[in-house]
Write a protein that binds this ligand. Structure first.
Ligand code: ADP
Ligand code: MG
Length: 395
């Protein structure tokens, strides 16, 4: 089992390393968490519902404002080099590698008319990268909240999330939905964030895992298959095509009660089985989010488990974005006593989230590790997630 650093150690190290790199103290420290999405996968670009939880793992940014228009970026998880950029010259596609994420945030702020300039930035994140736990959004959001404070922009959490998403979409060139950034800025400790991705309306849903004798176990398969990017674009295009055929703005507009008639209509219109299955996933997944919220609000946390497992089956069979490793992790977790489990994140690898009885953490993690060893896969990484706070200033 791995654990996140204590917040104090992480913050202290980030400040110390900033000073070592830039020869001066930072103006402040900001943190933005990664997230695990409890349920609501591939719904955020269909104007649908999601239910993420902030992880204790976060990107911490130590930042010192500069007034000469130079943006210097360094990451403890990068290649060691300091990247120096001229903020006035930032253009989409013009920055390669990890630095495009923080630089994109500065670009997006300026594009939106905010008069921000350069800074020295040092990042230190304990969010696993590329594990479906949203290290990219936490990196963006840490920089966004720092800039919001240092330039006294007065932007709210949702506004910062939308700007961070714009950075990732338009500057880095990744066509992600808005869930990750909203989770990173808007989540609160002790709860999950129910987000309607159409209008960004949100509600905190209590998630008292300890009170219910449960734990949220995250199992990072540590694999990411190459087809992820192409498959994401293909699924997304398929959803848009289906919405167009059905004459709705987005698949979110197909009510669960009308799913069968929508599928029949698509068949009459010549849509193939694969396209119809995409619709079935999105519509049933939105319904599962609402079902889970109902169960959480009724305090029936154990009953959430089977809904998670049903969500996984839908991602595996209808949306077809799981893979052998996540399927095995889900099956082994449930077999070893998890109440339910599902892949979380975009798919083709990444992580699985499992709801387990409090004394089931070690046996379930061990069973998944054994199943991986038996299948010849590398060892997965396991940790428990206690719902944490969204992006904030630390010092
Ligand atoms: P995820 O967001 O699920 O972790 P992504 O592929 O969206 O996966 O984002 C991972 C990318 O984000 C990394 O390849 C890297 O470019 C960037 N990144 C995230 N965290 C850091 C960090 N601490 N330092 C440098 N780059 C980072
Ligand atoms: Mg990401």
């Amino acid at each position: 089992m791995t654990t996140a650093d204590t917040a104090a150690t992480h913050a202290e190290r980030t400040a110390k390393d900033f000073t070592a790199h830039y020869g001066a103290d930072p103006d402040g420290l900001w943190a933005a968490p990664g997230r695990v999405n409890l349920i609501g996968e591939h719904t955020d670009y269909n104007d649908g519902f999601v239910l993420p939880v902030a992880l204790p793992h976060a990107a911490v940014a130590a930042v010192r404002r500069r007034d000469d228009g130079v943006l210097r970026l360094h990451s403890a998880q990068g290649d060691g080099a300091v990247v120096a950029l001229d903020v006035a010259g930032l253009t989409p596609g013009g920055v390669q590698g990890w630095a495009a994420y923080p630089a994109g945030v500065v670009w997006a702020l300026r594009e939106a008319g905010h008069p921000v300039g350069g800074a020295d930035v040092h990042i230190d994140s304990d969010v696993p990268t590329g594990a479906g736990l949203s290290s990219s959004a936490s990196l963006e959001c840490a920089v966004a909240v720092a800039y919001n404070d240092l330039w006294q922009l007065g932007l709210g959490a949702a506004q910062l999330a939308v700007l961070a998403q714009r950075a990732e979409n338009a500057f880095v060139g990744v066509p992600c939905g808005v869930m990750d950034q909203m989770a990173s800025t808007c989540c609160a400790a002790g709860g999950a964030l129910f987000l309607d991705t159409r209008d960004l309306s949100q509600r905190q849903v209590p998630l008292d895992l300890a009170g219910a004798g449960l734990r949220l176990l995250v199992l990072d398969t540590r694999v990411k298959h190459d087809l992820a990017d192409g498959a994401y674009a293909q699924r997304r295009a398929g959803c848009e095509r289906a919405a167009e055929l059905l004459g709705v703005r987005a698949l979110r507009d197909v009510p669960y009660a009308e799913l069968q008639s929508a599928l029949d209509r698509l068949e009459q219109l010549g849509a193939d089985g694969e396209l119809r299955a995409l619709v079935r996933h999105v519509v049933t997944e939105d319904a599962r989010v609402e079902q889970v919220i109902g169960l959480l609000e009724a305090g029936d946390l154990r009953a959430v488990g089977p809904v998670l497992t049903a969500g996984h089956a839908s991602l595996r069979d209808d949306f077809r974005v799981s893979c052998a490793e996540t399927d095995l992790a889900v099956a082994a977790a449930v077999e070893a006593g998890a109440l339910g489990a599902r892949m979380t994140g975009g798919g083709f690898g990444g992580s699985v989230v499992a709801l387990v009885p409090h004394d089931g953490v070690e046996p379930v993690a061990a069973a998944v590790a054994d199943a991986f060893a038996a299948a010849g896969y590398g060892a997965p990484r396991a940790f428990t997630a206690v719902p944490g706070d969204g992006a904030r200033r630390l010092a």
